[in-house]
Ligand binder design. Structure first.
Ligand code: 5GP
Length: 180
């Protein structure tokens, strides 16, 4: 059972939905009148993307990028591999990266460098979660749902070994689950 592996709930379904709605309103104001492409970073940002875009009241294009980090599964190595690239070009368009969580910042740094080289009109970052305590590169999201402590979380898109993504809340995994 998935629930037995959860130590405690950090963010409830209601808390997430309320904050996501606020972010959607903010983005609708900030990007009004602009040609916006929202880039979802798969797989972790899937649920955030789906809920966030439904709270945005201006027209948006959606595109998807699948990446994978090498190395241990609870830590990012900074080496990023593109598994699936964007469908469309982003030159001269306003691009918003939608990510699940910023931890060391290495993944986002890679994405920002990669997408910047394609000459978008602007490039910003929206992340659901931010763990500032673990940052190794100076990068901060333009839009953030929640600041969270340095604990390994799962649910609402976030996995451990591809499991727990379908939990509707964000929870802290029992350490014995990943130290097994
Ligand atoms: P970074 O490169 O910033 O260290 O890590 C970013 C990626 O690592 C995230 O997109 C996410 O896939 C993964 N990650 C970082 N912290 C967590 C966490 O607490 N839980 C889960 N499930 N994944 C995390």
């Amino acid at each position: 059972m998935m629930l037995e592996d959860i130590d405690r709930v950090l963010l409830t379904e209601d808390e997430i939905q309320q904050r996501v709605a606020e972010l959607g309103e903010q983005l609708s104001q900030d990007y009004a009148g602009k040609d916006l492409v929202i880039v979802c970073i798969l797989k972790g940002a899937l649920h955030f993307m789906a809920d966030l875009t439904r709270k945005i009241s201006i027209p948006v294009d959606m595109d998807f990028m699948a990446i994978s980090s090498y190395g241990a599964s609870t830590k990012s190595s900074g080496e990023v591999r593109i598994l699936q690239d964007l469908d469309a070009a982003i030159a001269n368009r306003h691009v918003l990266i939608v990510e699940d969580i910023v931890d060391s910042g290495l993944t986002l740094k890679y994405l920002v460098d990669n997408l910047s080289s394609r000459r978008p009109a602007s490039l910003k970052i929206a992340t659901l979660l931010d763990k500032p305590a673990r940052r190794v590169v100076p990068i901060s999201p333009d839009y953030n749902g929640f600041l969270i402590p340095d604990e390994f979380v799962v649910g609402y898109g976030l996995d451990y070994a591809e499991k727990y993504r379908n939990l509707p809340f964000i929870g802290i995994l029992k350490p014995e689950v990943y130290s097994k």
